[in-house]
Design a binder for this molecule. Sequence first.
Ligand code: GDP
Ligand code: MG
Length: 297
Amino acid sequence: MAEHFRCGYACIIGRPNVGKSTLLNKLIGQKLSITSKKPQTTRWQLLGIKTATNYQIIFIDTPGLQNRRQSSLNRHMQREIVESLTYVNVIMFVVEALVWKQPEEQILEMIGMNKCPVLLLINKIDKLKNKEQLLPFINSISTKYKFQEIIPVSAITGDNIELTEKIIVPLLPHGLAAFPEDQLSDRNERFFAAEFIREKLTRILGAELPYKISVTIEKYTDKSHAIHIIGSIWVESEGQKKIVIGKNGCNLKSIGERSRKDMEQMFGKKVFLETWVKVRKKWTGDLQALRQFGYET
Ligand code: GDP
Ligand code: MG
């Protein structure tokens, strides 16, 4: 059995906002990872599992690399990336079409020591007016590293996404599936409930979103007919709390409503959701608080 089956890890890496999470969702065929116009939405490493009749690919969506702010959060992110690179079978390095700058060079340095094959995915090709512009771009980056393949893709339209999957499979080792075939992720419902709330916060607050914000799930009770969820949104000051709640509670109301809809869709059940905004002072620099929120420091 094992010689007919392949199973392995593919790590998705790239500067924030190049479309890594969108790509993962497209590959899995379901919304697992949250996406946003604002960089840095993915704070956690997330596995997305794709199982077919003769292979299982376990994709790792890494949080974006960030150099400007060296708080505990960012060290956590960088460590997760470096850790993932040590055990993967394939690296999927995502860049945006026609963009190759300092962050891309830094990522190349990070993966430079690795012996595993690297696929360079040039994403967002749907945005190009003239596809011929790609050729000189491909030529110039192909000199930078011995990429296994360079694949122009669009995570939004799905262009070349199946092709990418086909290219990954033979790069994986023979072996049995690591996860049950119906499992799509390593995260549980509580995790996704918190992620949905965090995504709506990002969407609804936009530029007003406090950088240091976190969501925890205080209660998750799955009854036969419905799920009861209580979520807390943690901010650092009374001022931020006011912003999150919004005028007459309008922000918090739409955050709750939209999160609940996503949860009902994913969990396939009616959801009763309560969300509270709470003040926790200076948690991003505070190791103990970070642990309470589930980060390792
Ligand atoms: P990440 O930070 O690398 O995970 O990036 P996201 O997946 O969150 O995507 C960042 C933004 O780019 C979002 O607004 C996406 O909708 C957008 N995006 C991602 N892939 C594509 C693509 O193929 N084409 C276009 N036009 N936009 C994309
Ligand atoms: Mg992301």
